[in-house]
Each structure stands twice: as structure tokens, then as C-alpha cells.
Design a protein around this ligand. Structure first.
Ligand code: ATP
Length: 220
């Protein structure tokens, strides 16, 4: 890990998710975060869901297509589909290791998660290694508590937390930043349920993605 006081480096930001489907609860907070801390680009990383875990309703190709449709003509976002090509179960830490190798020790890597993911981060494979590879940028999400589950986890959070975005540019990994992004009460679960019940999802996700869902007959 390298520290260069006073220097400002570009942050390479990644945002992993199942995206079943991608929705405004993903896109809007990340846009706000990009404004808040000065991100030029955010790479969306659709997850490969291993066979022993509950499977998404849309297949990998459909989830990727929905991401691509959602970000078309949106210069902030790009997509990296490497996890979808893996045959073996992939963990975030494996992808981060790979990206670190690819971009070198000096690159500022940041991984974006929602508040709910922060609260369950201790269940992720090798979660304590994550900060060796990246910063964690946490999006506010309604309905989830601020405090971590245990005193030990809360202490871990406070030990790594930085409050000023500029800190994230000083070091290539190791910090946690809790964003002050507005709250969007949207989940993919709710969208799938509404679809099944024939309830409108306008304002929850882009129209172009909704059209794709209709055409593919998803979430019926
Ligand atoms: P599901 O309802 O199927 O569990 P989801 O809506 O939580 O899905 P994911 O693809 O699992 O979507 O989420 C990817 C990442 O986006 C996670 O880190 C999650 O915390 C974050 N996220 C999802 N929805 C929101 C939201 N409304 N506000 C902030 N973060 C969100």
C-alpha cells in the first residue's frame, strides 16, 4: 500500500451485484456518490452466483444484458463481465486480487456496497482481506441500521472509517467511506414481486430495462 500525502489519484471504482434486475436503487445512489467524491467512472460487476446458492430468476446473459441496456448512453458507467465467465464459484476477493494484479499496487481501487452489504460483510469469503485490496464505499440504504452487529465489527468499522473523500485518493486501499447519498427505497426483490403481481414498476428502473423484461418474459 502506498501513501503519497498531498497527491490526488484517480479512483477506480467497482460496483458488484446480482442485478436481477438492475434498478434505480443501484444507479441513482452511485451517481450521487460519484458527485460526492469525484468519480469519473464506475465499473459494474455482475456476480456469478454459485450453484449451491439460491439462483437469480434471470440467467447470467439476461442480467448482463439488463446492465448493458441500463448504462447505454450513460458515460459514468461501464460493465466488466469477468465473473460471469467463471466456471467455478467466484468470490469478490478473487476478483479484487485479479484487478490489483492488473492495475498495480499504486492504483486507488474502491469497491461500492450498500449499507445492507456492509452489515453482512463478515459473512463474505476472506472479508478481513478486502481492505488490503480496496477501499469500501458504502451507499446509504433505507431500512438498515447504522450500527454494526457486534462491538467488534463496529470497532473494525471505526478503525478504518474516513470522513473526508480526499483521504481515499491518498492511499491505494484500506479505508471505509460511508457516503451521504440520498435514500432510494428500491430492491430487486420488490421489482420481481411487483412484476409477478402485474403492478407497475415505473420510476423503479429504466424503461428500456422494463421493455427487455417484458420481451424476455422475465419475473412472471
Ligand atoms: P435483491 O432484492 O434481489 O436482494 P438488491 O436490490 O439488493 O437485490 P443486488 O444486486 O443484490 O440488489 O445489490 C447489489 C449492491 O447494491 C449491494 O451492495 C446492495 O447493498 C446495493 N443496493 C441495492 N439496492 C440498493 C438501494 N436501494 N440503495 C443502496 N444500495 C443498494
Amino acid at each position: 500500500m502506498h501513501t503519497k500525502p498531498g497527491s490526488r489519484h484517480k479512483l477506480l471504482a467497482l460496483f458488484g451485484g446480482t442485478f436481477d434486475p438492475i434498478h434505480y436503487g443501484h444507479l441513482r445512489p452511485v451517481e450521487a456518490l460519484a458527485q460526492e467524491i469525484g468519480l469519473e467512472r464506475v465499473t459494474l460487476l455482475p456476480n456469478h452466483v454459485p450453484p449451491h446458492r439460491p439462483q437469480p430468476e434471470a440467467n447470467a446473459q439476461q442480467r448482463l444484458a439488463m446492465v448493458q441496456i441500463a448504462i447505454a448512453e450513460h458515460p459514468l458507467f461501464t460493465v466488466d463481465d469477468r465473473e460471469l465467465h467463471r466456471i467455478t464459484p467466484s468470490y469478490t476477493i478473487d476478483t479484487l486480487e485479479e484487478l490489483r494484479q492488473q492495475h498495480g499496487a499504486d492504483t486507488r481501487l474502491a469497491f461500492i456496497i450498500g449499507q445492507d452489504s456492509l452489515l453482512s460483510l463478515h459473512k463474505w469469503h476472506r472479508w478481513q482481506d478486502l481492505l488490503n485490496y480496496c477501499h469500501l464505499l458504502v451507499l446509504a440504504r433505507p431500512g438498515y441500521q447504522q450500527q454494526m452487529e457486534t462491538v467488534v465489527l463496529q470497532h473494525w468499522l471505526e478503525q478504518h472509517q474516513v470522513r473526508r473523500p480526499v483521504e481515499l485518493h491518498r492511499q491505494s486501499a484500506g479505508y471505509i467511506y460511508l457516503a451521504n447519498t440520498p435514500l432510494w427505497e428500491i430492491s430487486a426483490t420488490e421489482i420481481r414481486q411487483r412484476h409477478q403481481q402485474g403492478i407497475s414498476c415505473d420510476d423503479l428502473l429504466p424503461r428500456s430495462v422494463q421493455r427487455y423484461i417484458e420481451l424476455q418474459g422475465l419475473y412472471r
